[in-house]
Design a protein around this ligand. Structure first.
Ligand code: HPA
Length: 278
């Protein structure tokens, strides 16, 4: 089946559950941050399993459902659990939900993730607004025939992370007394964490953080000219910086430690993102 036909079926199914509710902001919650969905008011919850053509999530710590409802005066559609390339999904599958969001009329996308901290001046628990990314791996969600109905064959990536959203986020963080960093996120495929040499390479290349998500989604969103913000919770120093091995528990523990601050920031950005941008 053609991509647009599949998307139309996914869209129709989700709409049939929404009873006229019109989602305005897409929100993807990364490792350990999924709980934020619990603060959504009057939620409509849809399991990924039930949505035609939707992939299904396999990672511990990630749920697999959409939660749609009110947050800070806006209607958000929240993905509790995302799809990662390392799970074996194609890039097309990884970005399928983003395309579904666009079909549902969403033009603003909030991407969150857990990431390894490459910048040695920073520390685990710091939050980073993504200003740009590096995708070294060859694959790209737009490789192959271009879905012309969604966007152009060749498209700009200089606005991939919306400058207005970054500036609103910075101000919001200041006003809330939350310290945030700004930096470059570099995608590695995972699921192995990076080697110490890869982390040195990432730093040399200009990266401040490394992670296994977000970049495909940001690319698909740019293709569809959505406003995107990416926020990383730097859960651990990246490999080789400290004399200790990396593990997923540390990622989850740090996520747990900063989740309140993280959600406060995300909520404040949602609150401040003006109606005319939606
Ligand atoms: N590397 C890649 N992805 C991650 C890391 C890391 O160190 N921490 C959390 N997600």
């Amino acid at each position: 089946m053609d991509l647009m036909d599949k998307l139309a079926q996914s869209e129709a199914y989700i709409r049939s559950k929404l009873g006229g509710l019109k989602p305005q902001i897409g929100l993807i919650l990364g490792s350990g941050l999924g709980e934020m969905a619990d603060s959504i008011e009057n939620p409509v919850v849809i399991d990924y399993h039930d949505i035609p053509h939707f992939p299904v999530s396999t990672v511990p710590g990630h749920k697999g459902r959409l939660v749609i409802g009110e947050l800070e005066g806006k209607t958000v559609l929240c993905m509790q659990g995302r799809f990662h390339y390392y799970e074996g999904y194609s890039m097309d599958e990884v970005v399928y939900p983003i395309r579904t969001m666009k079909m549902l009329g969403i033009n603003s996308l909030f991407l969150t993730n857990a990431a390894g901290c490459v910048n040695t001046a920073w520390k685990p628990g710091d939050l980073m607004l993504i200003t740009d990314h590096i995708k070294l791996i060859a694959d790209n969600p737009l490789r192959g025939r271009n879905p012309d109905a969604l966007g152009d064959r060749f498209f700009d990536m200089t606005q991939a992370y919306d400058k207005d959203l970054v500036s609103i986020a910075s101000k919001a963080a200041d006003d809330l007394g939350i310290e945030v960093r700004k930096g470059v996120y570099m995608l590695f495929t995972g699921p192995s964490f990076e080697t110490a040499a890869e982390v040195r390479f990432a730093r040399l290349a200009g990266a401040d953080a490394v992670g296994m998500s977000t970049v495909p989604e940001a690319i698909a969103a740019s293709h569809m000219r959505m406003h995107t913000i990416g926020i990383s919770c730097l859960t651990n120093m990246a490999a080789g910086i400290l004399d200790q091995p990396l593990n997923h528990e540390e990622v989850l523990e740090t996520g747990e430690r900063v989740k309140k601050t993280f959600s406060a920031l995300v909520r404040e950005i949602i609150r401040r993102w003006p109606e005319e941008k939606l």
